[in-house]
Design a protein. Sequence first.
Length: 319
Amino acid sequence: MKKLFKIQRRQRRLPVQAVCRNCGASLDGPYCSQCGQHLMSGARRTVGDLTYNMTENMFAVDTKTLVTLRYLLFAPGKLTKEYMQGRIVSYVHPSKLFWFISLILFTILTFKIDVEMEKDEARKNKEQLEEVAAPAKSVGDISKTAAMEAIDNITVTSETDSIKLAKAKKLMKMKEADDDEEKEIKKQTDQFISSIKTYTPYISFFLIPLFAMFVKLLFNRKENFYVDYLAFSMHFHAFVFLLIIILLGVNYFFPELDFPEWLVFVPALYFLWSVWVAFRPKPWRLVWGTTLVVLLYGIALITFTTLFVLNLVYMVGWL
């Protein structure tokens, strides 16, 4: 009976459909060899299955992602070495990893810039309100907000009050005269910052291949192709961006925490270790090659940034 029971269970689990519902290919196992769809996908179309798949895709972090992030943070150069040895599917692809981390970083920076701009705008408005309302408030017992709207209705009871009221009116006229100019400056500033947030991610589109070219020129090996150095460049910048994200998060939750000065050397040390693990250059070549890469990339970064800022300044009409 037990043996018969096992046979019956095995028979109930056999797939009814021997053809993939997605591409029509014959099935030799639980997954289609052509498109990868599971044999039971589409067999049961219920609200529960749809909700489960949605939440799984939104919040699931698979083992591949965790291993990739662990190696990216704590094993410099290993991901590039694995990529060059053909072990690609076991980790998040270099391009996908780089663009995903870049998206997170630029989203955080955009949010941070918007918050800082709102705080700065609120601070300026408060200072202007206090500057205009202070003389009028000393004349009558009114609030600072009401002072701007009720200056003409203040009762003058002495010569001192008259002088203070005249000063308040003068400040109001000066403020009104500067409103148009301030609005134009604010409009241009907002346009400038918006352009920075929009086009800054595209700078990496030029800098990543350029960085890979510098690394190839100084640490070239016959068995490696340019794409290997491009993967190395993506891994290195992904680490730098991820480090910035971590520091921004720590600063957000602990704003009074001071970061040690040696953190500025972390990317350089990470680069040294990564080059050594991935390409195994001679020690002397590792030292002077790293120095030249930092120098060349620094010049390229400053040049691109300067041209980018000048172009934006011209676009908003400041030149």
